[in-house]
Design a protein around this ligand. Structure first.
Ligand code: MSP
Length: 509
């Protein structure tokens, strides 16, 4: 069985994640579930990034130790991931004893072999981003990443000679056209960052304590990005002088899913670390776009944060998953507002999907006491519907391979819309009046079977909805094409998604 190792970025434990952070994990979960359905031996890892000065400061403000602080936030994050039905296989924490030990070993190895050396750092430092900048990199004198004040620092520090690996890195990127996607990002990395020359990277800090100490010079802690990036190998059993069976089986990663803001770390620093360790590079890094609130970045200071658990209370787990997956396309940012959430929930989930199922089961119960079998495919509109149903699997597959998750979900809803249109074309209530029983049963069968195939295809995206539909249809068949020999009987009829009234939810917002 072919393996598929997929990872998300590990979330900072500075605070509770918002719906934007959640997008990435939902997206990765859909991919992991999809691959499992195809029979891949999937390893899906996520986790939390827990060291750094920012956490040290936050913990102090909260009057707790950094460890107490991150234990608490990491737990919240894990609970949110579980709430959203995220099917991760492994959850790594950078404060795990094994991770800390292996990162220290990696640092020592790189030092011993001359990739890391001791020098002195003079520069401008942004605390929240944990990054150094030169004067020219600043924008209006502020941090180019977050726009906050930077401060002048000078400290003894370890440096990583990235430039030793520039040519090898360019060669790898150019000979592996799928490595960085979207492709626009690849050109950006090569032309704006790598070709102008990579400066040696400062990989230790002495200005704070909350990190993994450099084993042979413990007043230094290891730079958080070296620490964090290593999670992808430490947690599956890599160590400098021994590797587990799991590591041998799953490394290199097949897909690192990360946000567009951290592509640079994953396509420059991380591959160079791996080259220095003599390890193969990941096959693909997908830098996904962002989910914005009213087309603006979510932040505590702006007070425009939406939390996933609050949204679940109103829209349910699959309501939230659906919105995120549908809204953010392969390469363009998506937008989230309460209005848009309600509109999409009502139109797609309550109407196109929920109503279709409801109406169809009601008609089956009313006209045939719930027992429906196929009466063959006879008319043009049947053929058209069934062809769409049978093409669905390939449409979803093509889009999933291209990491076009929004289109993949969209293609299922196109079939559901087609099925709704099929009801308008065939008007079952007229067939009932005309006592055209055979045709009426055939029509209902075609709709039920179309819904079943859509439900099967929906399972990676909306797992519990998919299960609910099959349960209501009382059907076990999990094949993903139109089957003429199913029998539908004793179906349940419970609304899948209850329409949401904008005025009613206003008090919850
Ligand atoms: N800890 C680092 C990652 C280290 S990976 C070795 C980090 N953490 S984060 O908590 O700030 O972000 C986690 C992920 O969420 C990142 O991939 C980031 O791009 C993503 N997102 C943060 N805000 C987002 C949106 N508004 N929308 C979509 N993704 C967003 O970076």
């Amino acid at each position: 069985m072919e393996k598929f190792y997929i990872t998300t970025a590990i979330a900072y434990t500075s605070g509770k994640p918002h719906i934007g952070n959640m997008y990435e994990i939902i997206l990765s979960d859909a991919i992991a579930r999809y691959k499992r359905r195809l029979g891949y031996d999937v390893l899906f890892q996520t986790g939390t990034d827990e060291h750094g000065e920012k956490i040290e400061i936050k913990a102090k403000e909260a009057g707790v130790t950094p460890k107490e602080y991150v234990d608490n936030v990491s737990k919240t994050i894990k609970e949110l991931w579980d709430l959203l039905d995220i099917s991760y296989d492994k959850f790594v924490r950078t404060t795990d004893t094994n991770h800390e030990k292996v990162v220290a070993n990696i640092f020592k190895k790189l030092y011993d072999q001359g990739d890391i050396y001791l020098g002195e750092y003079k520069g401008l430092y942004c605390v929240p981003c944990e990054s150094f900048f030169t004067e020219t990199q600043l924008i209006d004198g502020k941090c180019p990443d977050c726009g906050r004040e930077v401060s002048e620092t000078c400290e003894e520090a370890y440096f990583f000679k990235l430039s030793n690996y520039t040519d090898k890195l360019i060669q790898y990127i150019e000979s592996h056209p799928d490595f960085i996607c979207p492709v626009s990002r690849k050109n950006e990395m090569i032309n704006n960052f790598i070709k102008p020359g990579l400066q040696d990277l400062c990989v230790s800090r002495t200005s704070f304590k909350w990190g993994i100490p450099v084993s042979f010079n413990p007043k230094h802690v290891i730079y958080v990005w070296i620490d964090a990036l290593a999670n992808y190998i430490t947690n599956i059993g890599y160590d400098v002088d021994s590797q587990s069976e799991e590591f041998k089986k799953y490394w290199p990663a097949d897909l690192h899913v990360v946000g567009k803001d951290i592509i640079r770390f994953h396509t420059i620093y991380w591959p160079i670390m791996l080259m220095a360790l003599g390890l193969p590079l990941p096959k693909r890094v997908y830098g996904h776009p962002w989910l914005l609130f009213h087309n603006d970045k979510m932040s505590k200071s702006k007070g425009n944060i939406m939390y996933p658990d609050d949204l679940v209370k109103i829209f349910g787990v699959d309501g939230v998953r659906y919105y995120c997956l549908k809204e953010v396309s392969f390469s363009n940012d998506g937008n989230i507002t309460y209005d848009l959430l309600v509109d999409r929930y009502n139109a797609d989930l309550a109407n196109t999907l929920g109503n279709l199922l409801n109406r169809t089961i009601s008609m089956a119960n009313k006209y045939f006491e719930g027992s429906i079998v196929s009466k063959g495919i006879t008319e043009e509109c049947d053929k058209d519907l069934i062809q769409m149903v049978n093409n669905l699997k390939d449409n979803v597959g093509k889009n999933m391979d291209a990491l076009n998750i929004s289109e993949a979900v969209g293609s299922i809803f196109e079939v559901l819309k087609r099925a709704n249109k099929y009801i308008d074309e065939t008007t079952p209530w007229t067939l009932a009046k005309e006592e055209n029983k055979d045709r009426l049963m055939g029509v209902l069968y075609n709709i039920l079977e179309s819904i079943r195939v859509c439900a099967i295809n929906l399972s990676p995206f909306l797992p519990s909805t998919s299960e609910n539909i099959l349960k209501q249809l009382n059907i076990k068949d999990t094949t993903d094409t139109f089957n003429e020999s199913n029998v539908y009987e004793s179906m349940e009829n419970v609304p899948l998604f209850v329409r949401i009234d904008k005025n009613e939810i206003e008090k919850d917002i």
